[in-house]
Design a protein around this ligand. Structure first.
Ligand code: AP5
Ligand code: MG
Length: 215
């Protein structure tokens, strides 16, 4: 089963994708994570995207479609979770074509609905394990006092993202409403959209997603 997790910054896409990977053996394809890896490893592409991402603007369709194409050719089995991709109508068209080329289909698009005030609170409190990428939150899921990640069991430290500040977040939200939210109508018209309330506890959101996928 191949699915898209669609929602604004801070909706919980990464959090729920990690759960689906752990519990269902699916493969998470997060373009945000791929771009941050490119930036951290100092590749030419990483240098190009660093400022764009820090401002909260979208990276070009060409770059992100290229990243997804590479992953789809390299990875097999388990089902893909597209996390943060597609984010524009051209990306959505490209995903359909790429999946068809690999003989795969898109099975569901889960829209995670969260109100904007909650997003600001979530994002400005977020940190990530530098070892495995597990997501923490100062309020709802604090970093363990001993500094050991509960997911990977390592103490590699916890990082804050360069774009997790109020100014970049405003821009990320504007980009979402202008360029990404039209995908809700796009996938509704294709009969694939399922909307879940992303505002509850992480476990409740997980159950809603399971209901949408299995129900
Ligand atoms: P990306 O990394 O995709 O960021 P995003 O879409 O802004 O989303 P986030 O990762 O911030 O939020 P999330 O929904 O994953 O929430 P999370 O689970 O972490 O993209 C970053 C940038 O890369 C973009 O701005 C753009 O520049 C570029 N980019 C990426 N893809 C692109 C594309 N396709 N095209 C063009 N450019 C692209 O949760 C957030 C916090 O909330 C955490 O602290 C978590 O613990 C907490 N939380 C989660 N769920 C709950 C809950 N139910 N209750 C309480 N707290 C919760
Ligand atoms: Mg994310």
């Amino acid at each position: 089963m191949n699915i898209i997790l669609l929602g604004p910054p801070g909706a919980g896409k990464g959090t729920q994708a990690h759960i689906l990977v752990d519990e269902r053996g699916m493969i998470q394809l997060s373009t945000g994570d791929m771009l941050r890896d490119a930036k951290d490893s100092g590749t030419e592409m990483g240098k190009v995207v660093a400022d764009v991402m820090a401002r909260g603007d979208l990276v070009t369709d060409e770059i992100v479609i290229g990243l997804i194409r590479e992953k789809l050719q390299g990875e097999k089995g388990g089902g893909f979770i597209f996390d943060g991709f597609p984010r524009t109508l051209p990306q959505a068209d490209a995903l359909g074509e790429l999946l068809a080329e690999c003989g795969e289909t898109l099975d569901a698009v889960i829209e995670m609905q969260v109100d904007d005030d909650a997003l600001v609170g979530r994002i400005t409190a977020r940190s990530t394990c530098a070892g495995c990428g597990a997501v923490y939150n100062d309020v709802t899921k604090p970093i363990p006092a001993d500094g050991v990640c509960t997911n990977c069991g390592e103490a590699k430290g916890f990082t804050r993202r360069a774009d997790d500040n109020e100014e970049s977040l405003k821009n990320r939200l504007m980009e979402y409403y202008k360029k990404t939210s039209p995908l809700i109508g796009y996938y509704y018209a294709k009969g694939m959209l399922q909307s879940v309330n992303g505002l509850g506890e992480i476990a409740d959101v997980k159950s809603s997603i399971a209901g949408a996928l299995d129900g």
